[in-house]
Design a protein around this ligand. Structure first.
Ligand SMILES: C[S@@+](CC[C@H](N)C(=O)[O-])C[C@H]1O[C@@H](n2cnc3c(N)ncnc32)[C@H](O)[C@@H]1O
Length: 291
């Protein structure tokens, strides 16, 4: 898998720690990551709707109990609650900051009775919820120290016939035209080549070993062009900053200077002002069933 926002060393890379969305003592890297994930969901909402609609086609009955593991701020939980109106969703994460944001948003959207949270380190414990109809794991499985153990717990937590949906990002989103107007053409491609070092994930073997039956695997190639959601410019800035935080020793001085021009908040070449952005990324989802 290529650069994962959550694997990236953060903190100094993303400075947007607006107090009203955090809670006292929130780790800055969690605040930054939560913002990135919420922007991701806002910009890619059509993809998420397509994904959950596709997933709904594999259910044998309308889900009533859903578990979102490694939920982050719950963008998956909200999408699932909308897609499956008869379901309650339990979002599990080890980060109090992520769950705090999720709870606030659930209240704001009148969904507190349908979306609940549990704080847990899923490497060590698994929440008791009763048999689930659907478990959702987005950009999460690779965080587990022993994914096989996590998948065995997911298997045990599903009812027979229940589904597990695993989604991973194949490569980090790209936004800029080949010639970004700053530095030499190919700036963003060089940034990705230098920082996207993880091979694409393939969870099929792990899933089969845990006892799941394959249902479907689908790579989603996302390519958005104008008119883009209003959050796109900020999303691009946050993503580029994240990659920039890895790139210090990997790119030439002129590329780093050009990148700083693009990431900076001022000037016509700055990503917050640009009208020439597109959004390109791919994500793969594996859907499997407990027999
Ligand atoms: C890349 S984020 C993905 C969040 C969300 N699923 C999404 O797609 O927006 C990974 C999440 O997994 C959580 N996480 C990582 N390791 C964990 C663990 N051992 N137990 C529980 N949560 C964990 C992190 O706090 C983070 O919120």
């Amino acid at each position: 898998m290529s650069t994962d926002p959550h694997h990236a060393p953060s903190g100094h890379a993303s400075h947007h720690t607006s107090g009203h969305t955090g809670h006292p003592g929130a780790a800055p890297e969690d605040v930054a990551m939560a913002e990135l994930l919420e922007l991701d969901a806002a910009v890619l909402h059509t993809y998420t709707a397509e994904l959950t609609g596709w997933l709904a086609g594999f259910t044998d009955r309308a889900p009533t109990r859903i578990l979102d593991i490694g939920s982050g701020p719950g963008t998956g939980s909200f999408a699932l609650a909308r897609r499956f109106p008869g379901a309650t969703v339990t979002a599990v994460d080890h980060s109090p900051q992520m769950l705090h944001r999720l709870t606030r948003r659930a209240a704001a959207q009148g969904l507190s009775d349908r979306i609940g949270t549990r704080q847990a380190d899923l490497d060590r414990e698994w929440p008791r919820t009763g048999p689930c109809d659907l478990i959702w794991a987005a950009a999460f499985l690779h965080h587990l120290g022993e994914p096989g153990k996590g998948l065995a717990r997911a298997f045990a937590g599903l009812r027979p016939g229940g589904l597990l949906a695993v989604t991973e990002m194949d490569f980090f989103p790209r936004f800029l035209p080949d010639d970004a107007g700053a530095g030499r053409p190919g700036l963003e491609a060089r940034l990705h080549a230098a920082t996207d070092t993880r091979p694409p994930a393939d969870w099929s073997g792990h899933l089969a070993a845990a006892g799941f039956r394959p249902v479907a695997t689908r790579p989603f190639a996302i390519a958005l062009a104008a008119p883009l959601p209003p959050e796109t410019n900020r999303y691009a800035q946050v993503c580029l900053r994240k990659l920039r935080s890895h790139a210090g020793a990997l790119l030439s001085a002129d590329d780093l200077a050009a990148l700083d021009t693009v990431i900076g908040s001022g000037g016509p070449l700055g990503v917050l002002q640009r009208q020439d952005l597109t959004v390109r990324t791919t994500r793969t989802t594996w859907v499997v069933r407990k027999p």
